[in-house]
Design a protein around this ligand. Structure first.
Ligand code: TXA
Ligand code: MG
Length: 314
């Protein structure tokens, strides 16, 4: 996955059509919003979303922001509420709202890193709006930088970091704000999860209720530690090379099992299947989910990080 020919697309109808076509084909397309450039993929496509983590070289699966063109589109993905309605006064704009995920959202589970919540945002930049409308679906996008590096505000920054790892960047010049969106959690009491352009005071005013500040020690950089993080009901047993009767068997590579993360030992495919398969095996009612060893290289590091959290959360 290292040496893709990364295209630089112009902000023209042709450029937008090509960008949407690449997204439809499961490709990765970086695009500008008013905050920073996002690294976009079809939010409904497990494999495309898995490729985001691969391209960024993320050591763990952080949940991703899902970009939509309208409130109606957001309402198809998350459980809407009165507070959400009030917060939506800042849309389109640099505000991301975390809400409970709808069962029929049709989103990749990897977008939520296995949690039952989704972060949604309607970006204001016209080019982002146009791309969303031409594409016609939700676009998952973290900032378009390699993990641990600075968020990009120009196509050049994206190309410096991700050339050879993504299909294209849609170049519409510099982002106006250069600072990532404010993230507001509305799954419990209203909480500011990340400060940004929309201030705490402005949110408090619009919501008509106090918005709590997340303390530094609770930062969402480690979403696996969030109380709301998906933990299977079943006990998770790792590095299983043999299985006991009654265990739900999650395999990898050539082996007999109930669900196989990737018969061909393809870690991108395994990442794409991970949360979906954990959910499916948990739903069987088995007391234990036994998971085959996953190689600790590339995306395997992120997969093992998530699996060890799932196994530890008791
Ligand atoms: O301005 C922005 O927000 C840019 C543009 C591209 O939209 N995106 C961005 O994405 O900054 P990223 O991945 O760099 O930051 C997303 C943050 C992460 O800290 C992630 O943990 C949090 O959003 N997040 C996403 N989904 C979440 C969820 N369901 N619950 C809690 N936090 C979530
Ligand atoms: Mg970022």
């Amino acid at each position: 996955m290292q040496d893709l020919p990364t295209q630089r697309l112009e902000h023209t109808q042709d450029g937008l059509d090509r960008a949407a076509g690449l997204l439809r084909a499961g490709g990765l397309v970086a695009f500008p919003t008013e905050t920073v450039y996002g690294l976009g993929a079809d939010a409904r496509d497990d494999r495309a979303v898995a490729r985001i983590f691969e391209a960024k070289g993320r050591p763990s699966f952080n949940p991703l922001i899902v970009h939509v063109p309208s409130v109606a589109a957001a309402q198809g993905l998350v459980e809407w509420s009165d507070l959400a309605d009030k917060a939506a006064a800042f849309w389109p704009g640099p505000l991301t709202i975390v809400l409970p995920r709808r069962k029929d959202a049709g989103l990749s589970r990897l977008v939520s890193a296995g949690m039952d919540t989704v972060a949604v945002r309607i970006p204001a930049a016209p080019v982002a709006q146009e791309l969303l409308r031409v594409f016609g679906g939700p676009i998952a996008a973290p900032s378009a930088n390699p993990s641990g590096q600075i968020s990009p505000t120009r196509a050049e920054h994206v190309l410096d970091g991700l050339t050879g790892r993504i299909e294209a960047v849609l170049d519409a010049g510099r982002c106006d704000m250069g600072l990532e969106s404010t993230i507001l959690g509305l799954t419990g009491r209203p909480t500011l999860l990340r400060p940004g352009g929309v201030t705490l005071e402005a949110l408090t005013d619009a919501l008509g209720t106090r918005v709590a500040e997340r303390r530094d020690s609770e930062q969402i950089s480690a979403p696996g530690q969030l109380a709301s993080h998906y933990a299977p009901r079943a006990v998770v047993r790792l590095n299983a090379t043999e299985f006991d009767t009654g265990e739900a068997r999650l395999g990898f590579g050539t082996m007999e099992c109930d669900l196989n993360l990737s018969e061909h030992e393809d870690l991108t495919e395994a990442a794409a299947n991970l949360f979906e398969f954990l959910h499916q095996l948990d739903a069987t009612g088995a007391a234990t989910i036994a998971v085959a060893p996953i190689p600790h290289v590339g995306l395997g590091v992120a997969i093992n990080d998530r699996l060890s959290r799932a196994a530890a959360e008791r």
